[in-house]
Design a binder for this molecule. Structure first.
Ligand code: RRO
Length: 311
């Protein structure tokens, strides 16, 4: 069975990856991702300098998923760039994704300049959708700001670039965002980040479960799969065919991956389920995906990617 996927000039053995933020904040976790059976990996969204992030508890697993308000804790941009440079040197022909999430336009442009001037050969992901930094709205919900950052970035950035989007919930927003994204030579669009600013309640204690922002946080896991699939499908059907889609949201099984691929995803990421179970999830999900493809008589993903049927 052929599971190969392609973004820009890069080919991956299979479509699975971690979701940025999960299992990728330090060298130990990144090494585990690197040695896992996933097709690639992405690093924790970086800011120019190290950040401690929000106070704990800031990530809680709940029965149907997770709620987080990490607040962008990370080791600083240089750490993730150096890790990626070492990875590509030690693994010829392989590359990873490097995620950046500046707190301002200047931060983002500074990191993009450093990447452009470095030997980094991989894919850069511009995170436009962090929901958890108090006082910093998600850029992806500000259409003008999104267009402006992309205009500035593509004035000089010559390497393959993708964006991580928040979920949208209205056709007017799918249309408007797709029209903006189609103006740029993006390598891919990643749908979706967590569903921002949900509230999970511990009924017995009559309390919120995470400390930052009075308990409001990004929702992931089974809760968000229909929203994730809708966003993958909406952008797959609206974007230029050279802009690939990465699907992220609610993936726990080979069946979930198959559904993201049917909607048009080229790669599929795992967040909440990976945080709960560790890198063994990739073996299990790859086996399940291959079994589904076998049963259906598919030999490669290309035979069904994007081919979701209408009624
Ligand atoms: O660090 C976080 O709080 C965080 C980020 Br940057 C993001 O993009 N999405 C998320 O759910 N949490």
């Amino acid at each position: 069975i052929e599971l190969k996927s392609k973004i820009a000039q890069f080919e991956f053995e299979n479509p699975l990856m971690n979701a940025s933020g999960v299992w990728c904040e330090n060298a130990e976790k990144l090494d585990e991702m690197k040695n896992s059976s996933s097709g690639s990996f992405v690093t924790k969204s970086a800011t120019p300098q190290l950040r401690e992030g929000n106070p704990s508890p800031r990530y809680v697993e709940v029965p149907l998923g997770s709620i987080n308000s990490m607040g962008l804790p990370n080791l600083g941009f240089d750490f993730y760039l150096n890790y990626s440079l070492k990875f590509q040197e030690e693994n010829p022909g392989k590359i990873n994704f490097l995620s950046i999430a500046g707190m301002s336009m200047e931060d983002n442009l500074e990191m993009l300049h450093k990447l452009n001037d470095s030997d980094f050969k991989g894919l850069t992901e511009l995170n436009l959708s962090c929901p958890n930094v108090p006082g910093k709205p998600q850029i992806g919900y500000d259409f003008e700001a999104t267009e402006k950052i992309l205009e500035k970035a593509f004035e000089f950035f010559k390497k393959p670039l993708g964006v991580k989007l928040p979920p949208y919930f209205d056709f007017a927003h799918f249309d408007e965002m797709a029209e903006i994204l189609n103006q740029f030579p993006l390598a891919y669009v990643n749908c979706i980040n967590s569903v921002g600013n949900g509230l999970y309640i511990d009924t017995e204690n009559e309390s919120v479960v995470i400390k930052p922002k009075d308990g409001f946080g990004g929702i992931g896991g089974a809760y968000v799969k229909p929203t994730a699939l809708a966003n993958v499908r909406a952008f797959y059907t609206r974007l230029n065919k050279n802009i690939k889609i990465i699907g992220c949201g609610g993936v726990e099984s080979g069946k979930d991956v198959f559904e993201h691929l049917l909607c048009g995803a080229e790669m599929v990421q795992i967040g909440t389920h990976l945080a709960r179970n560790g890198v063994q999830v990739f073996d299990k999900i790859l086996t399940e995906l291959s079994e589904i493809m076998n049963q259906k008589g598919y030999n490669s993903i290309d035979e069904f990617r994007g081919k979701l049927k209408s009624l």
